[in-house]
Design a protein around this ligand. Sequence first.
Ligand code: PPE
Length: 311
Amino acid sequence: MSVLSEKEGKIWFNGKFVPWQDANVHVLSHGLHYGTSIFEGVRCYQTDTAPAIFRLADHSKRFFNSAHIMGMSIPYSISELEQAQCEAIRANHLSSAYIRPLAFYGANSLGIAASNNPVHVIVAAWEWGTYLGEEGLEKGIRVKTSSFTRLHVNVNMCRGKIGGNYINSVLAHDEAATDGYDEALLLDHNGLVSEGAGENLFVIQNGKIYTPQLTSVLEGITRDSIMVLANDLGYEVLERSITRDTLYCADEAFFTGTAAEVTPIREVDNRQIGDGKRGPITAQLQRDFFDVVQGKGKRSAEWLTPIRVGS
Ligand code: PPE
């Protein structure tokens, strides 16, 4: 297994590219002790003409919103961050990649008080294949309801992609994986279905598409893309409360996320969903999603930022 920290390449670190293995921080960094970081997950896809970043402006906006929610000020502009992401693709000679922008408090002082620490910002990019397995994309995955409750809106704010929030996801995913499932499904504090450890959820019943409202779930950019693509196909998408037994009885269900893309769910808590395989509407939306990210969809021009290479 290749070790991420030992790769060759370059990482954008506080405004300039440094060799991959030199992108290190002090062990007393505030972000490491308290999870005081914010981040993004962005994908770049190969298209017929050039590599292209999917919904770069929307991810960058969410990055700055996460910082705003944290009360953290980012010492770079949105356009500098966007350029760094494009440059990270070029500098590492990538065509399809996962991009990880991250901002975190450094090591001036420890203690809960965070704001007297410097804010460090990095952008890394590397090849990252299918998140929940190639077979999962095709056949669907097995999901287990977590014993961990999803974040309460007044405990950890869910609109922010904040490092510390992910402890909840790590606990939930590890529990599900240890029990032999592919991913965890979390319920909110009212017992309603919220989202996966790193994915939004969609449910299809009688030709209608449903997804939980944006209370205790991340406002996923793939979620939004799927809602737009579904509308383009003439489907109604409704945001509403979903109970666990509604999900059990769904015709189809799937997860969305930058890493997970569009992953069908074939089983929840050992109950088969629909026919126990990727359903027809899921398959259609998945096709449209992969078309659009690869430059072959109606929305491609709107959603893709091509990276000029070799100039
Ligand atoms: N919910 C959560 C909790 C979440 O982490 C993600 C992204 C989503 C929904 C979907 O959001 P979007 O990517 O904008 O469609 N999860 C990121 C982190 C995955 C990881 O393992 O790290 C991702 O997909 O990049």
